[in-house]
Design a binder for this molecule. Structure first.
Ligand code: AVJ
Length: 324
């Protein structure tokens, strides 16, 4: 008979450390990567289809209109292989992969993600759905190290960092990340960087505070996750979803605002946090850039700006930087 109490699940040390750090801090904060458990990834996919969330469909329209040109610019007169940071749902990537297959008959696609299961799912789906694409998944936390598989001489790599994912990082963090990516590439390789552009505030706010409440559910889901993984007792309905535009920092911020005075216990961390009414947990920054900014960021990281594509409204930009 075993009388020793067993933990319900093994504690993810990265989650534990981030939560302990973030909820000890004032103002309280949680990192946005915590959103993406299974439920959160599904909620994010639902967000990308919301009428208010223009980002995904605008980026897709740019790839649909300019995919062949993007691939041609990146390839020059060589064969290309395509790496992508974050395995995501490959819906938009598909347009670029198809353009590469058009050009060179087949392409090696290297999705990079921390999650081996997300990569396995992406591999099955893409190999089944796009003929000519060979998937070579790379399990890697690209925010910590950036070392891809060695590649044949005479081929070039195009790294995709799309979906405006860079927007989660502060300017300093973004600069570090871009430099690290550059250091893992060879001269002539390139980086495709997508950024969401500054636009009228009402459009920005609506994209992060949709009428159906999907973004609110996505934001609160982080608390549901902590309840499950850290044996916490958050009441998600006791926190309101807040999205605001911080003009000085040029970013949308998402917060969870405590509606009452409350104490939350995180049993797995042997830790408790008190919230006053109106106190917020800062859960995400989503930076919005002015035209030309992404090109300057690329240049500072050692990429020559090769080209930029945008949509007719000038809402979203896709920039190609060549490793110099
Ligand atoms: C995946 C980081 C690009 O910032 O727009 C969507 C995440 N947050 N709705 C974004 C998100 C709220 C998204 N990124």
């Amino acid at each position: 008979m075993n009388t020793v109490p067993q933990p319900l699940a093994k504690l993810d040390e990265r989650v534990a450390a981030a939560v302990l750090d973030g909820l000890s801090y004032h103002p309280r904060r949680l990192p946005p990567w915590l959103f993406y458990d299974e439920a959160g990834s599904q909620l994010f996919d639902a967000i990308t289809e919301l009428p208010e969330y223009y980002l995904t469909r605008t980026e897709r329209s740019i790839f649909a209109a300019h995919g062949a040109e993007i691939i041609a610019q990146a390839a020059g007169d060589t064969r290309l292989r395509i790496a992508e940071l974050g395995a995501g749902s490959a819906d938009k990537t598909r347009l670029l992969l198809a353009a590469a297959v058009q050009r060179q008959e087949s392409v090696v696609y290297e999705p990079v993600d921390v999650s081996a299961s997300a990569l396995a799912a992406a591999q099955t789906r893409i190999e089944r759905e796009i003929a000519g694409v060979h998937v070579s998944p790379q399990v890697l936390d690209y925010t910590r190290s950036f070392q891809l598989e060695p590649m044949p001489e005479g081929e070039r790599r195009l790294v995709l960092y799309i979906g405006s994912s860079i927007g989660n990082f502060t300017p300093r963090e973004a600069e570090r990340l871009l430099r690290r990516i550059r250091a893992g590439l060879r001269t002539g390789d390139s980086l495709l960087l997508s950024v969401d552009l500054v636009k009228d505030e009402a459009t920005l706010l609506a994209a992060y505070n949709d009428a159906a409440g999907t973004t609110a559910a996505f934001n609160r889901n982080v608390l549901v996750r902590l309840n499950r993984e850290l044996n916490a007792d958050f009441a998600p309905e006791a926190f309101a979803h807040r999205a605001l535009w911080n003009a000085a920092e040029s970013r949308i911020e998402m917060h969870l605002e405590s509606l009452v005075r409350q104490t939350v216990h995180l049993a797995a961390l042997n830790f408790e946090v008190q919230f006053t009414p109106g106190e917020r947990i800062h859960t995400e920054n989503s930076y919005k850039y002015r035209p030309g900014k992404a090109e300057r960021m690329l240049a500072e990281a050692g990429f020559a700006a090769a080209a930029t594509w945008t949509d007719a409204r000038g809402w979203f930009a896709v920039c190609l930087g060549r490793a110099g």
